[in-house]
Design a binder for this molecule. Structure first.
Ligand SMILES: Cc1cc2nc3c(=O)[nH]c(=O)nc-3n(C[C@H](O)[C@H](O)[C@H](O)COP(=O)(O)O)c2cc1C
Length: 200
């Protein structure tokens, strides 16, 4: 499976980290990875780190992962000539996790003002699956409208709102839950959480 993965500057760096960590051990393939400047800032804020490059981010995020079956090619968000900018490059789907309101608005309005937005634009025109994991609270009217318009255009809006009926014990469990839900959408086999079997 070849994905385009966007990590943008919404809060919830752990969701992006969890997705990459589990993808690398669950699903063979090679994905394009686009990390915004704001995503690095938010990661540093939330993990108390001082990461300055995308390479360093990837190294930290993937440290201590087991058997790696998936690789990543890093692309700078201003590299408009990169492979994910063209519909002629074949990818199976795109996921932005977490997705900021800014990037979400840019996709809705077709701005293509970064490689991440351009790649999402391409996914839409090529009718490829596009999954956005937004994080904000509360939402303003424009943000709700943007999500509604994107959903009508076939985009999956999968908010970063993990369920608590699985009794998460720590932040890692919250990440596993969201990653599992994205894996379900991508049809990637996993055992990141027990599927709900009903109460009776
Ligand atoms: C610590 C921190 C937390 C943030 N949390 C959010 C958030 O939860 N949702 C959001 O849409 N933007 C959030 N922002 C603002 C975005 O980072 C900002 O709009 C940025 O321009 C997004 O750029 P990007 O979409 O290119 O990553 C946050 C910023 C910081 C510094």
């Amino acid at each position: 499976m070849n994905l385009i993965i966007g990590i943008s500057g919404a809060s919830g760096a752990l969701y992006g980290k969890s997705f990459l960590k589990h993808l690398v051990t669950h699903q063979p393939g090679a994905s394009a990875l686009i990390i915004s400047d704001a995503a690095l800032k938010v990661y540093n804020q939330e993990y108390g780190t001082k990461i300055t490059s995308r390479e360093e981010y990837l190294e930290q995020v993937l440290e201590q992962t087991g058997n790696t079956v998936h690789s990543f090619t890093l692309y700078h968000p201003s590299d408009y000539a990169a492979r994910p900018a063209s519909g002629s490059a074949r990818y199976d789907a795109m996921v932005i996790v977490p997705c900021s309101m800014k990037t979400l608005a840019g996709i809705r309005h077709g701005l293509a003002s970064s490689l991440m937005e351009r790649a999402a634009d391409v996914c839409l025109k090529e009718k490829r699956p596009l999954i956005l994991v937004p994080r904000e609270t509360p939402f303003n009217e424009f943000q709700l409208e943007n999500m509604h318009a994107l959903s009508r255009a076939g985009v999956v809006i999968a908010p970063a709102s993990p369920g608590f009926y699985q009794h998460p014990r720590n932040l890692e469990d919250l990440g596993r839950f969201m990653t599992g839900r994205i894996f379900n959408l991508l049809k990637i086999e996993h055992s990141l959480f027990q599927p709900w079997e009903g109460l009776s």
